[in-house]
Ligand binder design. Sequence first.
Ligand code: SAH
Ligand code: SF4
Ligand code: F3S
Length: 490
Amino acid sequence: MEIKKNRVYKLKTNAAEGNTGVDLQPESSEWVEQVRNLSMEYTRQTGKTRKFKIDVFGCQMNERDSETIAGMLTDMGYEEVPQDAFADIIVFVTCCVRENAEERVYGHIGALSKECEEKGAMIVACGCMMQQPHVVEKIKKSYRNVKIVFGTHNVHTFPELLYRYLTQRKRVFEIWDKADRIIEDLPVKRTEKHKAWVNIILGCNNFCSYCIVPHVRGRERSRSMEDVLAEIRALAQDGCKEITLLGQNVNSYGNDLGEKDLFARLLYAIEEIPGIERVRFMTSHPKDLSDSLIDAMAHCKKVCHHLHLPFQAGSDRILEKMNRKYTKEHYLNLVEKIKAAVPDMALTTDIIVGFPGETQEDFEETLDVVRKVGFDAAFMFIYSPRKGTPAAKLEQTTPSEVISQRFKALVDLQTEIGTELAKKTEGQILEVLVDGPSKQNPEMLSGRTRTNRLVNFKAEGQVEKGDLVDVEIVRAGAFWLEGRGGKKRG
Ligand code: SAH
Ligand code: SF4
Ligand code: F3S
């Protein structure tokens, strides 16, 4: 087994606490070494390597956290295996944004009882769900095969918790209720080489009344611009072409560091990094999207012309109850401004149907926004009450059949508009970053345009994952485009 040199994790105290740049050495990296010794001992005795797999739910934040967990496990001497293979450790990175996300996690954990009880696998549960005390209680009581639980604020303590479990064989539950620090230089095992997620701001301060995220991910904490740029430079040197900057609200990047407009400045700084061809970001809150950001999107050549701008609801009455802090008019004006600055900007959004007290009139306002804006795609959700959020206390006055009908009407309208917009790409030649074989048709390759549309195409000549190719679009549907002639760029 390859022995890596001991890695020092850096803990950075948030600037708001008045201590920027203080580097401490936590013990996490020592625990990595301790577990690695146990793994080597196991290999000496059995001739086998311990295996792991990770099941990720929820958003890109969790995807990125799972890359850190995979990095730690790899450093600790574990080997990642495919989902259908046996693993000694199965990690669940969970999401609690809607009830069905939670139910799926319980279902998956329950289905592993044979794997655990007869074959000796163990389950680790972490992620957003674990920040809720009632969930942890339920797991303690009813899911005995879950041996280690940690939360979103103490991912870096996983090596220590694993060491404790391996040496004492007692279930370990450790959840920190808040985070005032950012930990840099944790290990990472990236899922892809040609594209990467880069966190710029953690947590959320917005407290939309329906949303659990601020309760489980804590307040906003921005990484320093030097740390973000250093990570992107290292990625570029490693062959990465596309980065997606992540935050619940990237527009507040830097606010907690006392900086104004730092996000736009970050985009200009990334322009200067050789090797990076595409920059994406998500998510933008409509109340905070500044003119300087619109300017940056228009001027930075690497920034893709795709903006994910959730509007959630069209009715001002509902937006107020949601605590979104903007009106329908503000949103539509903002879209106008963006389209004026960047005419080919592709817009996508998130929409919630059936917020408590939503009337038919309110819902019509949502349909009106969908018609007026013309979104390439929309993530549409039925409202799900989340324990601990203010909206969960509101009475639901609309029958569920009515909500389902509204949801269907919205999906139908968006599909029609999305298809119409997609048709406009027929005959165009678009730049595609190749992600690998297509899921819909394995004989084809698949990738994304700069506007984030999925394209399946037959390539000309030698084309592989990570190449930028020009593809002629021959057929367009609402969800993917079909192209031909994918030729590698010079
Ligand atoms: N920070 C991002 C996304 C957060 S969660 C943003 O502000 O846009 C992703 C989406 O899930 C939200 O945009 C919202 O549409 C949806 N969502 C969040 N809480 C929900 C709930 N309780 N019920 C239904 N959908 C919800
Ligand atoms: Fe949730 Fe609102 Fe924060 Fe997005 S901005 S994570 S919807 S509270
Ligand atoms: Fe879910 Fe947590 Fe993301 S609740 S949507 S995984 S921040």
